[in-house]
Design a protein around this ligand. Structure first.
Ligand code: MEV
Length: 323
């Protein structure tokens, strides 16, 4: 199925990386002001910066065979250059002679926050290299600008988890420029999940755009769905804090149904969700942008069995714990 190889990185150096993430509840609705719960996963993007005498900014992502010279004039940048180019413009580094090497261990376009993790990793590499002294909130704000270019109307949740690497309840600010609400969720016991990776690449910008078109045609109908997702996300916080995994699983299943109603599921995602449920997951849903990408399954008793069934069907699976 062309599922990319992933290797876990349990001990990532927070200062030099951006964290990958899963969204447990609330994706898409979060773009419209609902709450969402997101958690870091043990996958990260690392980046390094080195002085050169090449006379420009060179970006290398060896794993993806990507290599380019950043165009100084933003008007001449393609979509790939545009998102990371903002970092150099904002930090006034476009005139430097530097080589940025990126080591992505978050699979590309799989709904696991790869673009935000990459932005954070590059900002942190530049921060260290030029000793800019950026605070985490500044890193997060700059990564958000990159995400807006990558996703269209990003909520800011991916870059927030990529920066802080914490399990969070998140709600975007009502007004542009205001700070979003983010609350770290502390749990007495970690929650066991399996991430199923479909191998079907999907750009969040595309699914976010699809939902926006549908919402514009009938705002009242879609606002109703977003409100339901908001309600079940808040119930999800309670369920997590009480370690009521049956309830959390129900909420995940219903959330997946609502995401399906938004038409952001896919053939592969549905298969993964079915496999997880048939092998005893209490809840299973797509995670992130959808349209392919990944799912999360809540598996307190049977993580290995669910992961093995996903692999037998040709997908990739990763067992994680959040909290
Ligand atoms: C993507 O990980 C989550 C979405 O809700 C988009 C966003 O919040 O920016 C689909």
């Amino acid at each position: 199925r062309g599922v990319p190889e992933i290797t876990e990185q349990p001990a990532v150096d927070h200062r030099a990386c951006g964290h990958g993430k899963i969204i447990l509840l609330g994706e898409h609705a979060v773009v419209y002001g609902s709450h969402a719960i997101a958690a870091p996963v043990p996958l990260a993007v690392r980046a390094t910066a080195q002085d050169t005498n090449s006379g420009g900014v060179d970006m290398l992502i060896p794993r993806w065979g990507v290599e380019y010279r950043l165009h100084r004039d933003p008007a001449h940048r393609d979509s790939f250059q545009r998102s990371l180019g903002i970092i150099f413009d904002q930090l006034e580094l476009t005139e430097r002679s530097v080589r940025i090497e990126v080591f992505p261990n978050v699979p590309r376009a799989m709904g696991l926050g790869g673009s935000a993790a990459m932005a954070v990793a590059v900002i942190r590499a530049l921060d260290q290299h030029y000793q800019l002294g950026l605070r985490d909130d500044e890193i997060n704000a700059l990564a958000f600008r990159c995400e807006e270019v990558a996703h269209g109307s990003a909520s800011g949740i991916d870059n927030t988890v990529a920066t802080y690497g914490k399990l969070l309840l998140y709600k975007r600010a009502a007004q542009k420029g205001d700070a979003p609400m983010m609350r770290e969720l502390k749990l007495a016991k970690r929650i066991p999940l399996v991430i199923g990776i479909s191998g079907k690449e999907s750009l969040t910008a595309v699914t976010v755009g699809k939902v926006r078109n549908a919402w514009q045609r009938n705002p009242a109908l879609y606002d109703g769905i977003f409100q339901q997702i908001d309600g079940l996300t808040l119930q999800g916080v309670e369920a997590m804090q009480q370690y009521d995994l049956e309830r959390l699983g129900d909420l995940m299943n219903i959330c997946h149904g609502l995401l399906n109603a938004l038409r952001v599921s896919s053939w592969e995602v549905e298969e993964l969700v079915q496999i997880a449920r048939e092998h005893g997951a209490l809840g299973a849903k797509l995670t992130g942008g959808g349209g392919g990408g990944s799912i999360v399954a809540l598996c307190p008793q049977n993580k290995e069995k669910v992961a093995a069934a996903m692999r037998d069907a040709g997908y990739q699976a990763m067992e994680v714990e959040i909290g």
